[in-house]
Design a protein around this ligand. Structure first.
Ligand SMILES: [Zn+2]
Length: 411
């Protein structure tokens, strides 16, 4: 093979996807310009670790190759926007298989190819290598891209509106009016104009700074991809605000189809709850039904607590009476566990602690076992030895409760 002069790669800021964010698929003139295997599993805790990502999401790929292409239709993570998903297909006989791509990053100096210029290039993380100079097709998952652009451009529009208003007064109506107006959203790359929001390792001299302009409302530096007009956001659903350390506020919103999908789930959820409550699915009816149910549960708890106290008092009286002619007593209740046992102990403690011992237990066969011994310390010690002889595992076994009763009541 003769000497091969590899073409250079387009820089982040002037990638094909950034120049034309509506370019959805094949872009056949792209050549692989460099390829290298990512060595070993990284021990870094950084969430961008591609080896870790592959291990989490797919157990099959064991190797990752870093590939530079002459240009990119897929967006690399940055500017507050996620990496595009998509695929690349080589155009020679090397392989006709589509190679899935879910991780593209702007190169960081500590990776291979650690020159300053590389901080401007995007790198594909691929499960297979591609030969140098190989022409490839790139295909974007455009449904996902469109959703990401709607959320991201929606964020720009919301920020622009927020700049002119108090946060609490912003409503979905103002946002959606601006969407309906179909305001043009343009990108400008003026030479020599800097920005404080550039990433630290981005080469400010050789790089391209992109300013996203929403008419006369907003003009901010951003690497992300944007819709061409506000009407393509379709709608913004304002949700709620969350205070951050009392000094800032996070506003939750969702745009377009993602918002419709979310609201559809909420409506179906309300309908389901409405059916369970035997009410309509109207929000007010469901809220009233849930409130009513909460009140009923609270009332039922109070009644149960009172009834349990009455039963404990009755059982306590019975034990005290029994101990007038015996030194040991046994009580088992299937339900209510330690709550019930504590109530019984409260009833009998003054009588029993001096001259008797009581075995109190809860549960039934194949359920967790609870045994409490209470009474005179010397008698409790002796009874503990008997109990250990009868019970084995953490759950009641068949016949154990009867055997424990017999052991406890034996003279
Ligand atoms: Zn942006």
């Amino acid at each position: 093979m003769g000497a091969f002069a590899a073409p250079t790669s387009a820089i982040v800021g002037a990638l094909k996807c950034q120049k034309d964010s509506y370019c959805s698929n094949t872009y056949p003139q792209t050549l692989a310009t460099e390829t290298a295997q990512l060595s070993g599993k990284s021990k870094t805790k950084e969430s961008t670790d591609p080896t870790k990502r592959l291990a989490d999401g797919d157990s099959t790929p064991s190797k990752t190759y870093l590939i530079k292409l002459a240009d990119s239709v897929l967006f690399s993570e940055g500017g507050g926007q996620h990496t595009d998903h998509g695929s690349i297909t080589t155009m020679n006989n090397e392989s006709n298989d589509s190679i899935p791509i879910t991780n593209i990053r702007r190169h960081k100096p500590r990776r291979p190819w650690s020159t300053v210029a590389d901080s401007l290039r995007c790198i594909y993380f691929s499960p297979v290598p591609i030969s140098l100079g190989m022409p490839v097709h790139q295909i974007v998952d455009f449904t996902r891209r469109w959703d990401l652009m709607q959320q991201h451009t929606g964020q720009h529009l919301l920020s622009a509106i927020m700049d002119g208003m108090d946060l609490p007064t912003i409503g979905w109506k103002q946002c959606n009016e601006k969407i309906r107006d179909g305001i043009p959203i343009t990108v400008e790359t003026p030479e020599g104009r800097g920005s404080n929001s550039l990433p630290e390792n981005y080469d400010r001299e050789k790089g391209v700074v992109r300013f996203i302009k929403i008419e006369n409302m907003d003009n901010n530096a951003c690497f992300g991809m944007h819709l061409k007009q506000s009407s393509h956001i379709e709608l913004i659903l304002m949700q709620h605000m969350q205070s951050i350390r009392g000094t800032s506020c996070r506003l939750f919103f969702t745009a377009s189809d993602r918002a419709i999908s979310m609201v559809t789930k909420y409506i179906n959820g309300l309908r389901f709850i409405g059916v369970s409550l035997s009410s309509s699915s109207a929000t007010a009816d469901v809220a009233a039904g849930v409130q009513r149910l909460g009140d009923q549960v609270s009332e039922a708890r109070k009644k149960k607590k009172k009834t349990l106290a009455e039963i404990a008092k009755f059982e306590g009286e019975h034990i005290k009476s029994y101990l007038e002619g015996h030194q040991t007593a046994f009580l088992q209740r299937t339900t209510d566990g330690l709550d019930f046992i504590k109530l019984v102990v409260f009833e009998i403690k003054d009588t029993v602690k001096e001259y008797g011992v009581v075995v109190l237990c809860s549960g039934e066969v194949k359920t967790p076992r609870l045994i409490v011994l209470f009474g005179n310390p010397g008698l409790v010690e002796g009874m503990a030895t008997k109990v250990k002889d009868v019970v084995s595992t953490a759950k009641w076994q068949k016949g154990e409760i009867e055997a424990l009763k017999a052991a406890a009541e034996a003279k």
